[in-house]
Design a binder for this molecule. Sequence first.
Ligand SMILES: *[C@@H]1O[C@H](CO)[C@@H](O)[C@H](O)[C@H]1NC(C)=O
Ligand SMILES: *[C@@H]1O[C@H](CO)[C@@H](O)[C@H](O)[C@H]1NC(C)=O
Length: 265
Amino acid sequence: MVYLVLIFVCLFVCSFQLDVEVVDLSHTIGPTTISVPINPPFNFTVLERNFNERYRIWIEGNWFGMSEHTLTHVDAPAHMSMGKEYINEIPLEKLIGPAVVLDVKRKAEMVQEYGISITDLFDWERRFGRIPDGAAVIMNSGWDRRYPHPYAVFNTRNISNLETYRVPSWTFEAADWLLTNRRVIAIGVDSPSVDFYSGETLPVHRRIFRDSVIALEGVANLDSLPLHGATIYIPALKLYKGSGTPTRIFATFPKCRSFLHKLKK
Ligand SMILES: *[C@@H]1O[C@H](CO)[C@@H](O)[C@H](O)[C@H]1NC(C)=O
Ligand SMILES: *[C@@H]1O[C@H](CO)[C@@H](O)[C@H](O)[C@H]1NC(C)=O
């Protein structure tokens, strides 16, 4: 009875969207920042961290440098598709949308290089309805717990050899079906790549970019989101001719949804 009353109060408040939960979907950059070793290492250099005699106040300022494709980041279509959009050319409307979370944690535990399949997309639609227009569809394989340990993230014993990396990702068939039959703004993963490293042609990246859609890689903390009903924000840096950028991705959802989410668990 008390439960029921609580649920009704919650739904009532929900209907007014009085309050939202905000979830950070990004990993922290530095001091254990990783990216594939073909990139120059992350560089954080203190320029000033002292009492400034001129202004008579404490001042801190730093220099940082890293690959565009570091930790939680966005890939622009130009990353692997000549003539397609650079990151500064993606309109903001294509950086906000409904978050669709594909929870495949159990499957990814059992299968090395688990790939999101068309069945995973159908399963989501059976529970929640058609994948909404403008959605960002993201795999939650439980990979974010492995950050920031490079050997665990890339699941390898030889970090210098990309071909030995074994991570969960998307099958080409699922990405192709999604892009052909639904209208999405982004395809994402909590692992470091939307393609398997063991493949040679990066088919998923190329298929995504062909449709001027962006890829999200290294998305964190997806367990804190409901599988549907959240809105994702992807505030990529407006980097001129950038092929991607590290991004503080986050999401919001009505607070009572989180309450109902917990009840269901
Ligand atoms: C990091 O950046 C600083 C400032 O540009 C530079 O002086 C330094 O050589 C860089 N360090 C490395 C390891 O590249
Ligand atoms: C690791 O990979 C690199 C690059 O392919 C190779 O040169 C090296 O021999 C490998 N190390 C081991 C221990 O297998």
